[in-house]
Design a protein around this ligand. Structure first.
Ligand code: GRF
Length: 203
C-alpha cells in the first residue's frame, strides 16, 4: 500500500510515520512527500529516509484551483492508496477533496469538534478547560470537520503554557497518527457517509 504525505513545516508527524515504517509498523510505504513550502524541514527528513521529496511552492500559482490541480498531478504520479496531511497548512479546494474523499486523513491539534482552525492551544488555555488533545480525521470539504477516527487526551495542568501544551499534544500526535494510518492501510478504517468505521463498527 502506497502513501503520499503532504507537509508545510517541521514534519515531526512525518518523522513518526517514517519511524513506524522503518519498524514495519505502518502497513505500507511512504512513496513521496510533497511540501508547499520549499525550505520545509520535513523535506530533509524525507530525503534522509530515501523518500522522494517534492517542493511545490504555492506562490508560483495564480489561484487555489491552479495549485491544487498541479498538486493532483504530482500526487497521482505516485498512485497512492492514502493521502496523509501532516501539518499541511493549506485550505483545499472542493475538487481536491472530492478526488481523494475517503482516502485522505488529517491531524489536528485539538479534541475535535472543539477548536477547529488555528491557535488551538491558546484557545484551550483561554477557556480554562481541563482536557485538550489531538484528533485524526477523514478530510471532507468543510475544514477540520470530517469524521474523527482516533484522539488522544492530555490534561491541562496548573502553570501550563502554550509552549508546554503544544509539546504535550505534539508527542501524542506522534503516537496516534501511525496507528490511524496503519488501520487505514490494513483496510480496517472507512469513511461511510457522515461517519467513520473501524472493522465495520461506527466510531
Ligand atoms: C501539528 O500540530 C498538526 O496537528 C498541525 O500542524 C502541526 C504539524 O507539525 N496540523 P509537524 O510539522 O508534524 O511537526
Amino acid at each position: 500500500r502506497r502513501v503520499v504525505v503532504l507537509i508545510s513545516g517541521s514534519g515531526s508527524n512525518l518523522q513518526a510515520l517514517i519511524d513506524a515504517q522503518s519498524h514495519d509498523e505502518l502497513g505500507g510505504e511512504i512513496v513521496a512527500v510533497v511540501s508547499n513550502v520549499a525550505d520545509a524541514h520535513g523535506l530533509v527528513r524525507a530525503r534522509d529516509a530515501g523518500i522522494d521529496a517534492v517542493a511545490l511552492p504555492h506562490r508560483e500559482y495564480d489561484s487555489r484551483e491552479a495549485y491544487d490541480g498541479a498538486l493532483i498531478k504530482v500526487i497521482d504520479r505516485h498512485q497512492p492508496d492514502l493521502i496523509v496531511l501532516a501539518g499541511f497548512m493549506r485550505i483545499l479546494t472542493p475538487r481536491f477533496v472530492q478526488r481523494y474523499l475517503g482516502r485522505m486523513l488529517n491531524i489536528h491539534p485539538s479534541l475535535l469538534p472543539a477548536y477547529q482552525g488555528l491557535n488551538t492551544h491558546a484557545k484551550a488555555l483561554a477557556d480554562g478547560i481541563a482536557e485538550h488533545g489531538c484528533s485524526v480525521h477523514f478530510v471532507t470539504e468543510e475544514l477540520d470537520s470530517g469524521p474523527v477516527v482516533i484522539q488522544a487526551v492530555v490534561d491541562i495542568v496548573d502553570g501550563e503554557t502554550e509552549a508546554s501544551l503544544q509539546q504535550k499534544v505534539h508527542s501524542r500526535e506522534h503516537l496516534i497518527y501511525p496507528i490511524a494510518v496503519k488501520w487505514f492501510l490494513e483496510g480496517r478504517l472507512q469513511l461511510e457517509g457522515e461517519g467513520a468505521t473501524l472493522d465495520g463498527t461506527r466510531l
